[in-house]
Design a binder for this molecule. Structure first.
Ligand SMILES: [Zn+2]
Length: 705
């Protein structure tokens, strides 16, 4: 239907028409005759892209501008309207898979207003049609989600459908039932209602949305562009169990049909109140009854200011004539009811060109491709760069340098490439090539199995060194007091330390160069660094920050291999053979020890006298052969410290109760699962007091702070 060449031409034409839209709107008859067929042609094309292919090539705002130019011009010259004009039909096909159902009344979209003047025009038309001097309007936030219609019969939720083409939608009842904000039963019969159809929107709140995208990125999936896309995609999933995991919400804001008909609430306000009181999530608390349009405009403005703080994405405000008795007099256009209008906030999408891609090294070594854009205004902010997340994202969207891209900046979510306008390509676009080496240090990058991100795992990588120094000095690693964020930054920026190995070659006088360091603080940090040399292998392994090697894994590795060079020599199979170490962790360890850069730092540590071996556990300690588990809060000290004491006396410290557990030490507010498990397995429970007695020392001398 549309050849690539034709698509390119239509995109060019759209741009041209958009650039002189004011001139078009004030056309004389002859110019109108020339512009109308062009407008219809581009709008039909954009309808096809949006409704049939679900891949729009212009922003909603640009589409609306074209559509309104067509509509206004046709109003001016009604003799030029043709039956095939996009203004003369409601919508087009919907996709199959779910059974289709017919809505009781058509789900029309609302006409949009972008300026206060347009709202005043709307008010003028309403006043003319109703004969009122001042109209009472209800004003409420316009949620940006996926439209739904819910049907209740004799108080039971019997059917839920998507908006579809407005006449018929898809029956997604089983998916909607998983949404907890949709009551399965609601007390409509109390007000005499036997059947009711309700309109609303499925939403994901901004926090959940961010969480969801973070998780998708971690799982190597492509993040969603905005909460609306996430919601729309979710309600049409084929598996309701998957839908239930998506943390969807539903807000309802319209009663569209009621039986018996005389039970229909007489105002919009009463409709919302009815739904609110029946247990639905509604805009009841956020809606306002306004006397006259000026009050309504003021309320819209107020919300435009606070939209970013609202937990849901809203793209505007809905203004409705409150009293239903006027609806008949006002009637409908073929597209919209005349008794309501949407005031749209500044758009959050725009098209622009991707000029180049740079690769950034994150503080934990993740390589992120960042797209540099031709600067473009989105929602009042100039956007000139955008995260492209990872290689999978780029591949899925087939993003190339030189491409025209549709960019969205939704709320406080970072700018996002919604899609590539492939039809705008002229053949000069260049595929994005991922670097093989770290842009900061040149070390070879790795991509671990099951991950979508490339990483630099060089512990001496300048882009990561401050974070790595801090981690090395942290309490559970080498416990170097005084090596915090600012000191780590200063050590690096003064050129004193390039990796953790350099710490052990510092002299007290070197440290005097640091800001706010005097003789005493320099001597203290020097001593703390020297003291850390003897912490042992598991603390070193943890401190090196090998991906997936947390404290528990580090301890396990240290107890099995005893010497860092033994661990380095271990083949992959041997690593996987260690209890609790899977393939991904094993690969990560292997990759780490294959980097010459990393081995150089380890040698530096060794030559400085940092202990890279683990001691044999003390034999014959008083707790030998005894396994301790702790639950609840201990008064004496942290659980970790208590564990260290157990280990220093030859015992074993574990995090979970099993048949091998000797004692469960119960502190304040103990966990129920551990207690129950201990009971079931016949594990002896003891109090903190008994534990202290058992280790045979005074409380004070045991736990020096
Ligand atoms: Zn690097």
């Amino acid at each position: 239907m549309y050849t690539p060449e034709k698509e390119r031409r239509l995109i060019e034409l759209s741009k041209e028409l958009l650039s002189k839209v004011e001139q078009i709107r004030s056309s004389g008859l002859d110019e109108a005759k020339r512009y109308l067929p062009l407008l219809r042609e581009v709008i039909n094309y954009h309808d096809y892209k949006y409704y049939v292919q679900s891949s729009p090539v212009i922003s909603d705002y640009e589409y609306d501008t074209l559509f309104r130019a067509l509509r206004d011009l046709e109003r001016k010259y009604p003799q030029l309207i043709t039956p095939d004009s996009p203004t003369q039909r409601v919508a087009s096909e919907i996709s199959g898979e779910f059974p289709t159902v017919k809505h009781y009344t058509p789900m029309l979209s609302l006409d949009n207003a972008y300026t206060e003047e347009e709202l005043r025009d709307f008010d003028r038309r309403v006043r003319e049609a109703t004969g009122l001097d001042e109209v009472e309007y209800s004003v409420e936030p316009k949620y940006d989600g996926a439209g739904i219609a819910l049907l209740y019969e004799n108080d039971l939720f019997v059917r839920g459908a998507t908006r579809g083409d407005g006449e018929t939608g898809e029956d997604i009842t089983s998916n909607l039932k998983t949404i907890r904000s949709i009551p399965l039963k609601a007390p409509f019969s109390e007000t005499g209602i036997e059947l009711i159809e309700i309109r609303g929107e499925v939403l994901i709140n901004k926090e959940e949305f961010k969480k969801m995208n973070r998780e998708r990125l971690e799982e190597g999936l492509t993040p969603f562009a905005n909460p609306r896309n996430a919601a729309a995609g979710s309600i049409r999933l084929q598996n309701p169990q998957e839908v239930a995991k998506r943390r969807l919400e539903a807000v309802v804001y319209q009663v569209s049909y009621v039986l018996p008909q005389d039970r229909h609430p007489s105002t919009h306000y009463d409709s919302i109140k009815l739904l609110h009181e029946a247990g639905f999530k509604t805009p009841f608390k956020d809606m306002k009854l306004c006397r006259g349009i000026e009050e309504a405009i003021a309320y819209c403005k107020l919300w435009e200011e606070k939209r970013e703080d609202y937990p849901y994405e809203i793209d505007g405000m809905v203004i409705k004539v409150n009293r239903k008795e006027f609806y008949d007099a006002l009637g409908f256009t073929s597209h919209h009811p005349r008794w309501a209008i949407a005031f749209k906030f500044k758009p959050k999408q725009a098209t622009t060109k991707l000029v180049k891609v740079v690769f950034q090294v994150g503080r934990v070594g993740t390589i992120t491709p960042v797209g540099k854009l031709e600067p473009v205004q989105i929602g009042g902010v100039v956007v000139s760069s955008v995260s492209l997340f990872n290689e999978d994202f780029i591949r899925e969207k087939d993003i190339r340098i030189g491409d025209t891209v549709l960019v969205e900046r939704a709320g406080d979510v970072i700018p996002y490439v919604v899609e590539v306008i492939k039809e705008a390509r002229d053949g000069s676009e260049v595929p994005i090539k991922f670097p093989e080496r770290c842009p900061s240090c040149g070390s070879k990058l790795v991509k671990l199995p099951g991950e979508s991100a490339y990483r630099c795992i060089n512990i001496a990588c300048p882009a990561q060194v401050v974070l790595r120094l801090k981690h090395w000095g942290s309490r559970e690693a080498m416990d170097i007091r005084g090596l915090g964020d600012s000191t780590a930054k200063a050590l690096y920026s003064k050129g004193l330390v390039k990796d953790v190995g350099d710490l052990y070659y510092l002299k007290p006088t070197d440290l005097l160069a640091l800001p706010n360091f005097a003789h005493k603080s320099a001597q203290n940090l020097y001593n703390a660094i020297q003291d850390s040399k003897g912490r042992g292998l598991h603390r070193v392994l943890y401190g090196l920050g090998i991906r997936y090697v947390g404290l528990t894994t580090a301890k396990k590795l240290a107890s099995v291999f005893r010497d860092i060079w033994e661990l380095k020599r271990a083949p992959l199979e041997r690593l996987i053979g260690v209890e609790g170490i899977g393939e991904i962790v094993a690969h990560s360890i292997k990759e780490f020890f294959e980097r010459e850069e990393n081995l150089a730092v380890i040698k530096k540590l060794q030559e400085a006298g940092v202990k890279l071996k683990e001691e044999e556990p003390s034999k014959g300690g008083i707790l030998e052969g005894k396994v301790f588990v702790f639950t609840g809060t201990l008064e004496c000290c942290s659980r970790e410290r208590a564990g260290q004491i157990v280990e220093s006396l030859g015992g074993t410290f574990s995090n979970s109760v099993s048949s091998k557990t000797t004692y469960l030490v119960v502190g304040k507010d103990p966990g129920r699962t551990k207690l129950q498990k201990a009971q079931r397995l016949g594990v002896k429970t003891i109090s903190e007091e008994e534990f202290i007695k058992m280790v045979g020392l005074q409380k004070q001398s045991l736990f020096p702070e």
